[in-house]
Design a binder for this molecule. Structure first.
Ligand SMILES: [Zn+2]
Length: 236
């Protein structure tokens, strides 16, 4: 049983690397997908900003036409000699009114120009982001191309090594060991130190600790179900 425990501890170290590598391999395409969707989002933003600019320009054009119309009205008014002396005030009022309308239109155009300017800035920002994102994507694709197979090979090596170490151990124990590791996500076998289970920090009964010390069987922590071994080393 002594060697079983020693081998389980060794296998656990390997299992940590296995778990890490599996995550790495799994995350590789996910990172690529993430980069792709960010790029798509930014491209959509650029396109919609461009469309908005077209709309704004149309509106400016329409308002400019209105201004021209109002100017024409003023011109007509100025050329209109039918106003008698008494209605000169009326004519002046009309003229003022048209002038105010033109001013309002001009103000609207100014606002629209400002909006347009903002949209151009948005496009610039998004295009700069796009450039960075596309560079990142290329790097990620290179990374996948160069490293994924390497990591898969590395993983296979580790799995073989683990199998070798556990070769003389009952399948039943290995199964439990793997299950605990999976469930806990960190450790399946932990040392008892100062009467504590170092997996869950609970105080263990002496009878149980004696069983752990005797190394005649695999002992499980009654609180966290991890496998236990005895260690006099201080746990940091
Ligand atoms: Zn425990």
């Amino acid at each position: 049983m002594e060697s079983t425990i020693a081998n389980l501890i060794k296998a656990q170290e390997i299992q940590k690397s296995i778990t890490y590598l599996e995550k790495e391999i799994e995350l590789m395409p996910a990172r690529r997908e993430e980069a792709l969707s960010k790029i798509e989002n930014n491209e959509k933003k650029v396109i919609s900003s461009k469309q908005e600019i077209v709309e704004i320009e149309k509106e400016i054009e329409n308002i400019s036409k209105l201004i021209e119309e109002k100017k024409k009205e003023i011109e007509n008014l100025d050329n209109d000699t039918s106003y008698s002396t008494s209605s000169k005030n009326e004519k002046e009022e009309k003229r003022k009114d048209l002038g105010m309308q033109i001013d309002n239109y001009k103000k609207k155009i100014e606002d629209l120009e400002e909006q347009k300017h903002k949209k151009y800035k948005d496009i610039q920002t998004n295009e700069a982001t796009l450039k960075v994102l596309k560079e990142e994507l290329i790097k990620e694709e290179e990374n996948i191309k160069n490293n994924r197979q390497k990591k898969i090979d590395e993983l296979q090596d580790l799995l073989n090594k683990k199998k070798e170490i556990l070769a003389n151990i009952d399948d039943d124990i290995i199964e439990k060991f793997d299950r605990i590791f999976r469930n806990k996500g960190d450790l399946a076998i932990v040392p008892v130190y100062n009467n504590y289970c170092s997996g869950c920090n609970m105080i263990l009964p002496f009878s149980l600790i004696n069983k752990v010390k005797a190394q005649k069987e695999i002992v499980f922590c009654p609180y966290c179900s991890r496998m236990l071994y005895f260690s006099e080393d201080e746990i940091v």
